[in-house]
Design a protein around this ligand. Structure first.
Ligand code: EPS
Length: 407
């Protein structure tokens, strides 16, 4: 498999002392401070239908390494996110020798609980669920905030918006770029309590969440992620593990509870004829670029970014934890049929999924941008980028490129 140039690892349990993330591959000289990261973390906590924890969990971060005087050093960036909940969990999550006061032996259907208990040989679901929890996405968002800082220097900006919650969804879009929210709309999207661009739809989504909440149930849904300003030529057609759409699909699919990823119009394309499914190519003589007014292919052709916005739809299943458990499971000790244990939970986390999907998009784009433009410092990275842009579209024919002149 292709190695990544922008890499990160996270550590930490949901109710442990802290989460930690190490980001490696960030060039030197990029401005970075705690505020940049805090802003992204605050966006992840948004959303109607989150549980009580989101109101009091503060995501207290400290940058431990890799940054000096407000700019990156090119060395690994380590960040700690303290769990402000820790004092309540200190005993149950202690690292010292001991036993749990209450083992969770009735795994939740749809969660990692049972398969994880079987795989690792545990009788307490907490040994699995603490790490499987979507709390880990807070650490990803830190890595994503750092990736966003890097790629913003070559003009890449990423947004997301919620397009469905439960059965409430936007009308199928036909990939027209003019209909999609732009980067300037992000503030408006974040101001919506469900991060939906359409206020009427947002109201229907809130009603759907209230109804599910009343029933003690949970919901899933979809977000669209859009990256603007992506240069043509990131990723490659030459190998399965260099294709940009493949890399994005893996990254999105790795988000907790995600069950589907579509690039551009995704599965809808399968029902269209070729004559209407593909994006037309136009030459814009004023700007000397090839433009596509649509993003049906999601801005990626043959695994290569095509120069327009990159769009993807990411869908998560309903949260596996139910406020009123109503589907059957088995007690792993007695083997009796039971309802699962009760855990505090959110009703829906789709608004946060948008922010986490932006994060994964930023990390993949930072990685393929570093592959294309390289550089140990931001200056080197941006000079290489500008040089590439200067020669783009003025490339001579292949024959001239190889022999210097037409034979
Ligand atoms: C989560 C359950 C809830 C969420 C949590 C993810 O946590 P708790 O059980 O502590 O209330 O709030 O999400 C976060 C803490 C977060 O920061 O996103 C789960 O089971 O995945």
């Amino acid at each position: 498999m292709r190695g990544s140039l922008f890499r990160f690892l996270t550590a930490g349990e949901s109710h442990g002392k802290a989460l930690a993330v190490i980001v490696e591959g960030m060039p030197a000289g990029v401005e970075l401070n705690e505020e940049d990261i805090n802003q992204e973390l605050a966006r992840r906590r948004l959303g109607f239908g989150r549980g009580p924890r989101m109101r009091f969990e503060k995501d207290e971060i400290s940058i431990l390494s890799g940054v000096r005087f407000g700019r990156t050093l090119g060395s690994p960036i380590a960040v700690e996110i303290a769990n402000t909940e820790w004092p309540k969990w200190e005993q149950e999550m202690s690292v010292a020798k001991g036993i749990s006061s209450k083992e969770l032996t009735q795994p939740r259907p749809g969660h990692a609980d049972l398969a994880g208990m079987q795989k690792y040989g545990f009788s307490d679901a907490r040994d699995v669920l603490e790490r499987a929890s979507a709390r880990e996405t807070a650490a990803r968002v830190v890595a994503g905030a750092i990736a966003k800082k890097l790629i913003s220097n070559i003009g890449i900006q990423i947004i997301s918006h919620v397009i469905s919650i439960g059965s409430v969804m936007t009308a199928k879009d036909l990939g027209e770029l003019k209909d999609k929210p732009k980067f300037k709309d992000l503030e408006k999207i974040d101001a919506s309590e469900v991060r939906c661009f359409d206020p009427e739809l947002a109201e229907a989504m809130v009603a759907e969440i209230k109804a599910a909440s009343k029933a003690g149930d949970s919901l899933g849904g979809s977000v669209e992620v859009i990256a603007y300003g992506v240069p043509v030529g990131l990723g490659s057609h030459v190998h399965y593990d260099r294709k940009l759409d493949g890399l994005l699909a893996q990254a999105f699919m790795s988000i907790q509870a995600v069950k589907a990823v579509e690039i551009g119009m995704g599965s809808t394309l399968g029902s269209l004829r070729g004559s209407v499914a593909h994006d037309e190519i136009h030459w814009e003589s004023s700007t000397k670029i090839y433009a596509r007014p649509t993003a049906r292919a999601g801005g990626i052709e043959g695994g290569i970014s095509a120069g327009g916005p990159i769009t993807a739809i990411v869908t998560m299943k309903p949260l596996a934890t139910l406020n009123r458990p109503s589907i059957k499971t088995v007690d792993v000790i007695t083997k009796e049929s039971k309802y699962s244990f009760k855990e505090r939970t959110d009703v829906v986390a789709v608004p946060a999924l948008g922010v986490v999907s932006e994060t994964m998009m930023a990390i993949v784009l930072a990685d393929v941008a570093l592959e294309k433009f390289g550089g140990d410092s931001l200056n080197e990275f941006t000079v290489n980028f500008k040089n590439y842009k200067k020669h783009l579209n003025s490339t001579p024919s292949s024959v001239e490129a190889i022999f210097g002149k037409k034979p």
